[in-house]
Design a protein around this ligand. Structure first.
Ligand code: ADP
Ligand code: MG
Ligand code: MG
Length: 248
């Protein structure tokens, strides 16, 4: 589903990704862990097509298409979802408005009819119910005044409504309490654990991986994947730290 080959990318003239290679198949959950500054968030931004991140080498294929040639909205329409470490706040726009716009933009690019307000609310209620989340939160402005945990809940509802094929989730290393971790974990398992979907989960937390058991764990260091293993690799990291595990 996603094939990253020898990817090089820079920001402000500084090379951050230095030959990153990674393949994710449908039905798989991959976790990426790594020290601060390794390039984890950069990888998610490059996959999303964020301006300012320049790809200087390598390739990324998504479902056989050249992802790097696609505009950010085309990537979303093709089924790519990105959750960010620092979600944006949008004063004056409710989650309901925002998500209906986002979903209808995707439907339009697939030549599907837009959902009416009523139709959209039914979808939103169903997804919120599935995730045991509060509809009232969706009526508030996007992320404005949300706690870290609430932003994560909102992100999971967003993911449920957009129903992507592939999710790249960059989790914060602070502000997620146990309840929020469980929300994220349940959200990923409910929405994304399927034969035709896949997840790239960027996390500092072995704890999150107790909720979402990854098929593969990769260590990203200095812009490259330096080690790949199963869930046990995350435990080794927790017990022994990056330096020791990377040297082993
Ligand atoms: P991680 O998410 O693994 O902690 P990042 O991808 O956020 O790492 O950052 C990788 C490196 O890129 C860091 O050295 C960081 O300082 C640098 N970097 C990130 N954003 C910018 C920017 N806008 N300008 C210059 N350097 C940046
Ligand atoms: Mg960081
Ligand atoms: Mg980061």
């Amino acid at each position: 589903m996603l094939k990253i080959d020898n990817l090089h990318a820079e920001i402000a003239g500084k090379e951050i990704l230095k030959g990153l290679t990674l393949e994710v198949n449908a039905g798989e959950v991959h976790a990426i862990m790594g020290p601060n500054g390794a390039g984890k968030s950069t990888l998610s931004y490059v996959l999303g097509g964020r301006p300012g991140y320049e790809v200087t080498g390598g390739s990324v294929a998504f479902d056989g298409q050249d992802l790097l040639e696609m505009e950010p909205h085309e990537r979303a329409a093709a089924g790519l979802f990105l959750g960010f470490q620092y979600p944006v706040e949008i004063p004056g726009v409710s989650n309901v408005q925002f998500l209906r716009e986002a979903l209808n933009a995707q439907r339009k690019s697939r030549d599907e009819e837009p959902l009416t307000g009523g139709e959209f609310l039914r979808v939103a209620k169903e997804k919120a119910g599935l995730l045991k989340l509060d509809m009232d939160m969706l009526k508030r402005n996007v992320n404005v005044g949300f706690s870290g945990g609430e932003k994560k809940r909102a992100e999971m509802v967003q993911m449920g409504i957009l129903d992507p094929k592939f999710a790249v989730l960059d989790e914060t290393d602070s502000g997620l309490d146990i309840d929020a971790l469980r929300v994220v974990g349940d959200g990923i398992n409910t929405i994304m654990r399927a034969e035709d979907k896949a997840v790239l989960l960027i996390t500092h937390y072995q704890r999150l991986l107790e909720y979402v058991r990854p098929d593969f764990v990769h260590i990203l260091s200095q812009g490259q994947i330096v080690k790949t293993g199963g869930p046990e690799l995350a435990l080794d990291l927790e017990n022994e730290g990056y330096e020791k595990v990377m040297a082993a």
